[in-house]
Design a protein around this ligand. Structure first.
Ligand code: ADP
Ligand code: MG
Length: 352
């Protein structure tokens, strides 16, 4: 019997072990950052075709940015606004049509707290731009008169839309990132990526499977009133679903001690002032359009305010859970969301 292995045998064994580890998919996850949709997007993916999945996703995000914003000369939104009030139907990309169809459903459910026809108000306030200002009462009344989801007409048969009055325009800023997260998730699935994180500027995320440690992804929710951007309200574990957060700290300006932020209440025409400072919503991956729904719901629930927002969420299927943080840092949770919260910071308490 011999007690030593030859160098060739050891090399052979090492080779076998290397192939075995590769076969188990123990490759480093791919991670790329890209500036798109006015935010820093971080895409993380594992698996053999992770790199292809991430590259295709980046291309797709750029396409969605063009399609869902009014930036492009030939964008659907530009065409709709240009034809507003003249009766003509505008043919839309099927994706834009889908966003609008889902959007209209939630406008109806929320009685107009969610409304993509807020374009004239978004433009008027200019929050997040160099032209941000507090409008006069007259300007506000004029812009508000152009807002109303019932004045956006959709024809599912022809995939066309029209805006009933001149001066109307659409803004997809509260839904496009969620839609984009759903699209990237589909690309990940196409390439067999089972574990990955799609992070669109931390306000809209989609998690698939587990992180590199084999655990659920852990998403930090920003403390809405801390100067320190890294300070957390809590951490949420996520393994298959979309998570969105909206807050009055994202884009705002201050005038005479008042904070004017980017989430507008279509009923007043002004930044929503119903007691919410931030809200977070998780939609399970089993829901179609989970990313889009979690994104649009954070805006909706923020507008409704803590208690009404929580009650609104309670009426939706339990696959949608969430919380609203009010200005006293009380957390109004729906469908048992408090159970999803870890490491809740001591500044926060659960609302009764
Ligand atoms: P972000 O994630 O970029 O911070 P949110 O998801 O919180 O944005 O959505 C806010 C954006 O939605 C605004 O910048 C504006 O474009 C749009 N918006 C504001 N108020 C409403 C509303 N009541 N209904 C629909 N869209 C809105
Ligand atoms: Mg949103």
């Amino acid at each position: 019997m011999r007690s030593f292995w030859s160098a060739a045998e050891i090399m052979g064994l090492l080779l076998i072990l290397t192939f075995w580890a590769a076969g188990c998919g123990r490759t480093e996850p791919v991670q790329k950052n890209v500036m798109v949709m006015d935010t820093v997007v971080t895409l993380t993916a594992s698996g053999e075709k992770a790199n292809d999945a991430v590259e295709e996703s980046i291309k797709r995000l750029k396409e969605i940015d063009e399609m869902a914003s009014a930036k492009g000369e030939h964008s659907d939104l530009k065409k709709l606004a240009a034809a507003a009030g003249n009766g003509a139907w505008i043919s839309l990309h099927p994706e834009v049509f889908h966003m609008l169809a889902v959007s209209q459903e939630y406008s109806r459910l929320s009685d107009g707290a969610w409304d993509v026809t807020t374009g004239p108000l978004v433009e008027l306030w200019g929050i997040g731009t160099e032209q941000a200002k507090v409008p006069t009462a007259e300007e506000l009344a004029k812009a508000k008169a152009k807002v109303g989801w019932q004045k956006l007409e959709l024809n599912p048969e022809t995939q066309c839309a029209r805006l009933r009055e001149a001066g109307m325009s659409l803004d997809l800023g509260g839904i496009a990132k969620g839609f984009a997260a759903d699209e990237v998730k589909k690309i990940y699935e196409k390439y067999g990526v089972k574990n990955g994180l799609i992070n669109l500027g931390s306000s809209s995320l989609y998690a698939l499977g587990k992180n590199a440690k084999g655990e659920s992804w852990r998403v930090g929710i920003r403390h809405p009133r801390s100067e320190d951007k890294d300070s957390r309200l809590a951490v949420v574990a996520l393994s298959d679903g979309a998570l969105s957060t909206s807050g009055d700290y994202e884009r705002f300006f201050e005038r005479d001690g008042v904070r004017y932020h980017h989430i507008l209440d279509p009923r007043t025409g002004r930044p929503a002032d119903n007691g919410a400072v931030s809200d977070t919503i998780v939609a399970e991956g089993s829901l179609p359009d989970a990313g889009m729904i979690s994104d649009l719901l954070t805006t909706t629930v923020f507008v409704l305010g803590p208690e009404a927002g929580r009650d609104f969420l309670e009426k939706l299927p339990p696959a949608v859970r969430g919380m609203v943080c009010d200005h006293k840092l009380r957390l109004w949770t729906a469908h048992g969301f408090q159970e999803c919260l870890q490491q809740v910071q001591q500044d926060f308490i659960l609302a009764k």
